[in-house]
Ligand binder design. Sequence first.
Ligand SMILES: Cc1cc2nc3c(=O)[nH]c(=O)nc-3n(C[C@H](O)[C@H](O)[C@H](O)COP(=O)(O)OP(=O)(O)OC[C@H]3O[C@@H](n4cnc5c(N)ncnc54)[C@H](O)[C@@H]3O)c2cc1C
Ligand SMILES: *[C@@H]1O[C@H](CO)[C@@H](O)[C@H](O)[C@H]1NC(C)=O
Ligand SMILES: *[C@@H]1O[C@H](CO)[C@@H](O)[C@H](O)[C@H]1NC(C)=O
Ligand SMILES: *[C@@H]1O[C@H](CO)[C@@H](O)[C@H](O)[C@H]1NC(C)=O
Length: 465
Amino acid sequence: MYSLNAAFKGFGLGCICLAVTLPFTYGFQKRNYDYKPKDIITRDVCIIGGGSTGTYSATRLHDMGKSVVVVEKKDVLGGHTNTYIDPVTHIPIDYGVIDFHNLSIVTNYFTRLGVPWTTASSLYVDFNTGKMVKGFALAGQAAFAQALGVWIAQLQKYSYLSNGFFLPDSVPTELLMPFSEFVKKYSLDALVYTMFEFRQINILVQPTLYVMMNFNLDLINNILNGFLTTASHDNSDIYHSALSILRSDVLLSSHVVWTDRSSSDYIKIGIQTPSGSKLIKAKKLLITIPPKLSNLEGFDLSKNETSLFGQFSNVAYYTTIVRHDGVPDNISVVNIGQDTPWNLPTLPGILSTYPSGDPGLHEVKYSSPYELSNDAVKASIVAEFNQLRIGGAVASATTPEFVVFDSHTPFEYSVPADAIKNGFYKKLYGLQGQRRTWYTGAAWDVHDSSLLWEFTETLLPAIAA
Ligand SMILES: Cc1cc2nc3c(=O)[nH]c(=O)nc-3n(C[C@H](O)[C@H](O)[C@H](O)COP(=O)(O)OP(=O)(O)OC[C@H]3O[C@@H](n4cnc5c(N)ncnc54)[C@H](O)[C@@H]3O)c2cc1C
Ligand SMILES: *[C@@H]1O[C@H](CO)[C@@H](O)[C@H](O)[C@H]1NC(C)=O
Ligand SMILES: *[C@@H]1O[C@H](CO)[C@@H](O)[C@H](O)[C@H]1NC(C)=O
Ligand SMILES: *[C@@H]1O[C@H](CO)[C@@H](O)[C@H](O)[C@H]1NC(C)=O
């Protein structure tokens, strides 16, 4: 096939002939040869997605002496990182990713990028008073401490979950239990709301496995001892710095049109960029984007890839900064269900509002079990603020004004307990390295940048080999 097409390339007429009679072959030929040399990018590794794990991988592989190219659909790197800079006060507000774990993988990365860090204070809010406090308020409460101790013992029991879904062949039944049952079994009542605050979705119906992955030992250590954040409080600095290292190896506002992983020598990826179609030829492919089938159109997925990715479901998550003079600047409003189990709020709904540190501006987080239009979410936020006003929690009648708004959907990927029981994650991880393709990202571990960098790091030696 290879040399046949090459031969036709030399004879324009033959090529057209082939197009008329054999459209599929023509399509194949076009994939290989209709690119001018300037539109062919040859690299060791092609990385799809320039969010948290894609940017981390690109920077690390670059430093390991590998040539890389990153294909990112948005016009910025950073994925769930959102920073709004108030044009008047110049105060930066991170309304997406805020915190990182105090781990050497994080400080090494930040050092490499020349991004100074500091202890994050954002999570030290006493939600009963809205006051910023030193140390985690709830940790002092006896019932909380008791439940936390029980939970830590459970996490230690399942320590094989510390860097990915490395489950034994026979998955312990407890891990498959809906989390509400696990809470009852171990009397974790005092801990549930805090766990919800970190996972921000309906944890009660999820298999316990996911809560364990999320509310893990390292997270607890950081809750108790302090997270890190950028000293500038502008987490986009991480991605501006990475871009200045990677430069033209990052293709922004670009997406994959097709992939061809049939050759044993290299992978071909057809992409659309602002400066036209390009062909990437890479020895390895690293896919970091949400592995939903709807997001993988054009990829030459195997039967196994299709069947595994088709099982993921996700929830929806939205962040915004609103201007509202009725909510005091020193108050965090937290949504609590009065008559619901463990006081978890009913979703879809606002999770909480936080003071942004910029007078009049409040960060609002909104979670939904299913995808909603941005307009529907905004309408719901306005209605909830009105409710607060009627309830007396908010003083003014003004409607919140949306300063910035972003959908972080899809968010939190999961599969049903039965799939986990039947070895879903073993099969999923079995895809690593097949057809020169590797995978990382939140669906493969946990929605937590620091821990995802640790997970990703374990893949890099094979990708760089
Ligand atoms: C609002 C919010 C706040 C969070 N706060 C924190 C926090 O404080 N600390 C923390 O550790 N974690 C936080 N998380 C979780 C964190 O976002 C994830 O852990 C991390 O971003 C996941 O990294 P990733 O590489 O899998 O995905 P992402 O960072 O989302 O990167 C995926 C990238 O792929 C791009 N992409 C998607 N589809 C395509 C496509 N078809 N073609 C090309 N590109 C594509 C996306 O635009 C994106 O840039 C937060 C998440 C949200 C939503
Ligand atoms: C990170 O943890 C170390 C102890 O491991 C501690 O000395 C250091 O102060 C912490 N850094 C920050 C910024 O909190
Ligand atoms: C596809 O999955 C099946 C079942 O898990 C497995 O036996 C087979 O080896 C997989 N095929 C490839 C090519 O990985
Ligand atoms: C918030 O600020 C107002 C006005 O300065 C003050 O009266 C109130 O006590 C503060 N509330 C908290 C929880 O600190």
